[in-house]
Write a protein that binds this ligand. Sequence first.
Ligand code: LER
Ligand code: MN
Length: 267
Amino acid sequence: MKLSVVLSTHAAAFEAVAFKGDFVSNVAKIGGWGYDGVELAVRDPKLVNAGRLLSVISGHGLVVPAVGTGQAWGEEGLSFTSDDPAVREAAIERIASHVPLAEELGALVILGLIRGITPEGQTHERSMEHLVEAIQACAEAAAGTSVRFALEPMNRYETDLIHTAAQGLNLVERVGAENFGLLLDTFHMNIEEPSIEDSIRRCGDRIFHFHVADSNRWYPGAGHMDFGSILNTLEATGYQGFVSGEFMPMPEADTAAERAITHLRSL
Ligand code: LER
Ligand code: MN
C-alpha cells in the first residue's frame, strides 16, 4: 500500500492539513519517515512552480498522487454551485487551470469543498444541476490528458451536497465521464456511511483516491476505527492508488505523521 500525507504549499486555514509551514523541510521530513508521496493542497496553480516543486519532492524519492483544491473555496469563495454564474465560471476556470499542473506532477485533481454549499433561495436540485455541469466542463477541459478528477463525499457539517458514497456514485453516473471518480475519506465515512467496508466495495474501481484519518480526525490509530479491515477491503477492490493521511496536527504534526505511518505499515 503506497502512503502519502497532505502538505499545503502555502499557509492554509483548513485544520486537518498537518503540514503547512516550511515546504522544503516538511518534504524532507515526510520522505525521512518512509512515506511514498505527498498530496499537495494548492489554492491557485499560478502561485506555484511545478518544476521547483517536483525537484524538491523527487529529490526525496517522493511523488505527488493528488492535488487538493478546497482552499479556493475556503479562502476565495469559489464554488461550482453558487447562484452567481460569474463565481461558477471562475471556479470551473480555476479547476481547469489545475490540469497542466496535475499533468506535470502526475497527480489527480481533488474536487472537495469547491462544490460549495447550496445558497439560500436555491433548491438542492438546482445546485446538483450546477454541480453536474461544472464537473462535465472540468472533465472536458482535461480530455486528451492523463488527468483525472475525484469528488469527495463529505460529512453533513461541511456541505449539503454529496455526503455518502452512494450519492457520489449517483453523481458519477450523471456526469458520465471516464476521467471522473470518487475520493473516499474515512473521517467523513465514519460519520455518514452505514458500513464503511460495504461502501468501499460498492465504489470498487470508481475509487480514484483515498484519505485516512481516525474517528477523531487524529492520525490512524488514535481513534476507534479498524484500519486493518478498511485497508483489506480497499485492497480487495483492486485499488492501486495511494492511501493519503489527512489528519489534524495532534498532538503535533511530526508525531502525528510518524505514528500514522507506523500504524498503517503495521497492518
Ligand atoms: C478535504 O479532503 C476534506 O476532507 C474536507 O473535510 C475539507 O473540509
Ligand atoms: Mn478528505
